[in-house]
Design a protein around this ligand. Sequence first.
Ligand SMILES: Nc1ncnc2c1ncn2[C@@H]1O[C@H](COP(=O)(O)OP(=O)(O)OP(=O)(O)O)[C@@H](O)[C@H]1O
Length: 229
Amino acid sequence: MGAMAKRETVLKVTDLMKKYGDHVIVDRFNLTVYSGEAVALTGRNGSGKSTVLRCIIGADRPSEGRVEAFGRKVSETDPAFRRDVATIVDDLDFFPDLSVVEHLDLLARAHGLADPDALVDEVLDEVQLVPQSAQLPGTLSSGQRRRLALATALVRPRKLLVMDEPEQRLDVEGVAWLGARLKHEMSKGLAIVMASHEPTLVNALGARIVRLGAAAEASESQVEPEYEL
Ligand SMILES: Nc1ncnc2c1ncn2[C@@H]1O[C@H](COP(=O)(O)OP(=O)(O)OP(=O)(O)O)[C@@H](O)[C@H]1O
């Protein structure tokens, strides 16, 4: 048996309720996520997956309830939160005038990594964007833009990774790579919360499935987390 990272509570969502106007989108949603595990939010279009993810990363505020990461209320302006939590929720927000490699460089430096150049090269190679490293985001294919979005989460520290449909537009090899890459990081303690419509990555990670939109969320808190390393 390899050394197992100590389990800690990474994320705790308590009675999250979100409404827009009078329309209740998410009703009393509870979720606890431990280090080393992956949770996949599933459910139909419009069931509230992205809404929950936005509340988790502090980009949206719950109407009621609490979201805590590492024992603190989430806040996207909290430097500690931003150091620990990497997000891939939208891959359209690139600087139009910064190349692929410049995006990664900027992020690695902003997060104060010791040897940004080596890490950026390594990640570029992993996401197979070496030939595109000097291109601007607007000239990339949609799958390549997705790979750049994934790369932005890999050139920085992270204890919790929050992703909205990460397998979107990735080719078969890309999904397989992502699954193996993340599974390896989970064995070292990374926690993952993602929205997904697609079973390949969910299965590759052995993710715990939490279904939104049905009465499922009310009983979720009673479900024992499963660990599989
Ligand atoms: N700012 C907003 N104002 C009003 N309604 C909103 C707002 N944001 C989201 N909604 C509504 O909330 C519901 C949940 O949206 P959300 O994007 O969370 O769903 P989802 O489960 O991620 O869907 P999909 O599978 O299509 O990605 C939808 O009906 C959406 O129209």
